[in-house]
Write a new protein. Structure first.
Length: 441
């Protein structure tokens, strides 16, 4: 879904059905719960805590259970009333103050010691929640205060795309409620928060949904929703892009990646027309075709909003010889992220809590973002090749909540020219280049 304005962005989060997706995400739930309780004595007990974008209120409840003196739970949507209900039903209403307002408009009665937020979106930054956390940090966090999570890393690797299974048809009202009761029982047992107080609200929400769906089906003559428009992809079997390219000389590339292509003996393939949607993926470790590289790291305590408006990520990808020979060459590049939480109370031998969306990790609702490559790029890749390239990640001009990616590659440069991953390396007189623009959807 493309956000045209904040109304589009906030609307889905006002439904318990949407919150349920995040509550079902075990790695997400476990990581935040563990991070909060492992740091309870240092960052929560007796502290003032701010939860930016509290949603249904689960992080606020954990902060209160960890001993917070007060938790300011800020939520811009109507979900705030459900967060308030949850806090009161769990006996935490005297600690948690739910504020229904955008973070940018909030005025707190005091500075806070700790900020918690689940701000990450697709490709880490899509959804545009991090600027709200940055604003809260600069305005309301005491000097030396803690941020949960504390850092974030964006990773990239060559991959072989495996399409996720198609979405199942909408579940019946009875099935939805059955799954909800199972979910909230698991949350009560595993995570110590009772969500049964929201069951009647979810039932009413689903009644409305099914009634609207029935009316729409009648009005459409039983045809249901219309099929989607062409999105620029070819078939769904992962065999590359179905879009047009023009060939330019390396010197003609008008972008920050001109140095990468300067001197190419063969033309640079530049995608024309509208940007291509990235693909949401749920890849596994066996889908990797090379060594993962760190392309961006964010320290939440120091990052500025301007730092994430647009940034360049140069990289050198190393192909995995044995993996490619066994499972085939890559057809795509894939990004994912990790976030790390403070580790103030752990011993030197205990690692910090990390929430990872990597193919090798337990699946999450974020999945990964895959950028399919045209067939010429696939044909030129050698299993022992190191591929230089760059990702330019940028906010779309229509809304800061949506992001695009300009991917530049020089796939056919021979390994002999790629010594020591020099950041100022030029392409010299070898190979052709590739430049494709994607939207994160």
């Amino acid at each position: 879904m493309a956000f045209q304005d904040d109304t589009d962005f906030y609307y889905p989060y006002s439904f318990i059905s949407d919150q349920r997706l995040m509550l079902q995400d075990e790695p997400r739930m476990r990581s935040y719960r563990d991070a909060i309780f492992k740091n309870a004595a240092s960052h929560f007990k007796g502290k003032a805590v701010l939860d930016v974008g509290t949603g249904s209120g689960i992080l606020a409840c954990w902060a209160a259970q960890a001993g917070a003196r007060v938790v300011y739970a800020v939520e811009a949507t109507g979900m705030a009333k459900h967060a308030r209900t949850l806090a009161e039903a769990n006996g935490l209403g005297d600690v948690i103050t739910v504020i229904e307002e955008k973070m940018e408009n909030v005025c707190l009665p005091e500075k806070v010691d700790t900020i918690i937020s689940e701000w990450m979106g697709l490709l880490l930054l899509r959804d545009g929640m991090l600027p709200s956390v940055i604003l809260a940090r600069d305005k309301w966090l005491v000097p030396g205060g803690a941020l949960f999570p504390a850092t974030a890393q964006l990773w990239l690797a060559p991959t072989c795309y495996s399409a996720p299974p198609p979405n199942p048809p909408p579940a019946s009202h009875e099935q939805v409620m059955k799954e909800w009761l199972e979910l909230i029982e698991n949350i009560r047992k595993q995570y110590g928060v009772d969500y049964s107080c929201l069951t009647s609200a979810l039932a009413a929400e689903k009644d409305t949904y099914h009634l609207q769906s029935a009316i729409e089906d009648i009005l459409s003559g039983g045809r249901g929703a219309a099929g989607g428009a062409d999105d620029g992809w070819g078939s769904d079997d992962g065999e590359g892009l179905d879009c047009e390219f023009e060939e330019l000389d390396g010197e003609e590339i008008g972008s920050e990646d001109a140095d990468l292509f300067s001197g190419c003996a063969e033309p640079v393939m530049v995608q024309t027309g509208k940007a291509i949607p990235s693909r949401w993926a749920a890849l596994k470790e066996e889908d990797l075709r090379g060594v993962q590289v760190l392309v961006k790291e964010i320290d939440v305590s120091t990052v500025k909003a301007s730092d994430i408006e647009a940034f360049d990520c140069p990289f050198h990808l190393e192909m995995n010889d044995s993996c490619c020979k066994a499972s085939g060459k890559p057809d795509s590049l894939t990004c994912w992220f990790d976030v790390r939480f403070p580790n103030s109370e752990s011993g030197p031998d205990e690692e910090a809590v990390v929430l990872s969306t990597a193919p090798a990790a337990e699946p999450t609702h974020w999945g990964q973002q895959t950028f399919m490559l045209p067939s010429k790029a696939l044909e030129s890749v050698q299993v022992e090749t190191t591929i230089p390239g760059s990702l330019r990640v940028f906010q779309l001009p229509t809304t800061h909540r949506m992001y695009g990616v300009l991917l530049s590659l020089l796939p056919s440069a021979p390994p002999s020219e790629l010594e020591a991953s020099s950041p100022d390396r030029r392409a010299g007189d070898s190979g052709w280049g590739l430049q494709v623009e994607y939207n994160i959807e």
